[in-house]
Design a protein around this ligand. Sequence first.
Ligand code: SF4
Length: 242
Amino acid sequence: MSRGFAPISPERAYRRLYSRYGAQGWWPTTPRGARAPRYYPGRNARVSERDRAEICMGAVLAQNTNWSNAEKALGALHRAGVWAMQDIERAAQRNLASLIRSSGYFRQKARKLKTFARHAASRGKTLGRWLSGPLPELRREILGLWGVGPETADSILLYAGGRPAFVVDAYTRRLAARLGWLRRPDYARTQDYLVRRLPKSVRLYKEFHALVVRLAKEHCRAKPVCGGCPILDGCRYGVAHA
Ligand code: SF4
């Protein structure tokens, strides 16, 4: 093992990232009258039914693309008056696809949005009530929908439902490998590793995911910029390559 490397626990890594970057205030949603989604750092923003719908749409639109493309697609939906799941249900799939073109895979994503909205309507409840159901069963139910993988399902549960579902993305898996937490960090292993070591807290889960994205943008890129990284001394890769 390289000199100077002292493994860092997930909780300690979280505290370091939080103290460097502060609260990230995810998931961004669009207030009434605004033209683009906003973040809410430092306050526990109330999530309305309209926000929930926007988060569910955003989680699908953000698949396999960056947030700015998903945000453009959301903006186009909003300008066309599509805010609620019922609006998605009513819209023709072809029209939806052309509105969300900027998010890529737009025909598939239009079908995914329709599938999700139809299913949500079939539950006969608001999104808020539906997403407050028993967690393991609800997660299985959402994962059973066409086009919804674990990252999308957990993003919906955590940010739209306020449920303790830990979100793992490609950045989290890459970080887990570089820090030396896991050798083969697939989704389930990474999620299991982290939930066993972090306090079970919706607020922390929300911030952890957002902070990892922030770290991945600023330092832990595909080609990492380890100088100045807030968790460098706890990183197997960073210390070995310093
Ligand atoms: S030290 Fe480098 S590899 Fe490790 S977490 Fe930081 S940026 Fe990523």
